[in-house]
Design a protein around this ligand. Structure first.
Ligand code: CO
Length: 211
């Protein structure tokens, strides 16, 4: 354990010298500020590191991660990240990236009690209920699990579009595109679910805010 911990600090020093070798101004430029074009909302899963899987450099992605990449409207952490990304950083894209084999989604498929986290997982169960018919029609468990992961991403993209933050930005003429992706842990590839929202007309009327 101790060696693992020490190794991390050694890795950091190596990383710094490698970057300075390539570009002596690397850290000076980053210290000047950030203007990432992208907000990433992903799962906290250790196997889905946002920057690495899309080849992004420091300064290119604003990142928020939680269990099962959820967009929950009472989550002050998520809302603060979204507000800052949209209204201050003026990101052009928001990507919700789920992943196959997601433990949070798997937990939501069971009736097991896990403790405090049940309150978080309940939001994922709501997604199951919205798509009850389609999911129950998939009799192969793996297929049902994979589709649940995809539908959860789609619902989280919708939840993003429902926020006053995103609708307000659209109203002000800001170009923000919302996307839903699923990462496959088995081969490293990302599937674009082609849920693309760029204005609030893509929302059911009941969610459209008069801003
Ligand atoms: Co996950």
């Amino acid at each position: 354990m101790e060696t693992f911990y020490k190794k991390l600090l050694e890795n950091n020093k190596e990383w710094v010298s490698k970057n300075l070798e390539k570009d002596p101004d690397f850290f000076n430029r980053l210290a000047d500020g950030q203007q990432p074009p992208l907000l990433w909302i992903g799962c906290a899963d250790s196997r889905v590191p946002a920057n690495e899987i899309i080849g992004a450099q420091p300064g290119e992605v604003f990142v928020h991660r939680n269990i099962a990449n959820m967009v929950i409207h009472t989550d002050m952490n998520m809302l603060s990240v979204l507000d800052y990304a949209v209204n201050v950083l003026k990101v052009k894209h928001v990507i919700v990236c789920g992943h196959y084999g997601c433990g949070g989604v798997a937990a939501a498929m069971t009736n097991k009690q896990f403790g405090l986290i049940d309150n978080w997982i309940r939001h994922i169960k709501d997604v199951y209920r919205f798509h009850n018919e389609e999911l129950n029609s998939l009799t192969v468990e793996k297929e049902r699990f994979d589709r649940f992961v995809e539908l959860n991403v789609i619902e989280q993209v919708l939840d993003l579009a429902k926020t006053s933050i995103i609708q307000g930005a659209w109203k002000n003429g800001q170009q923000i595109h919302l996307h839903g992706w699923v990462y496959d842990i088995k081969d490293g590839l990302i599937k674009d679910l082609d849920v693309t929202f760029k204005d609030n007309n893509s929302l059911s009327q009941v969610y459209q805010l008069d801003l």
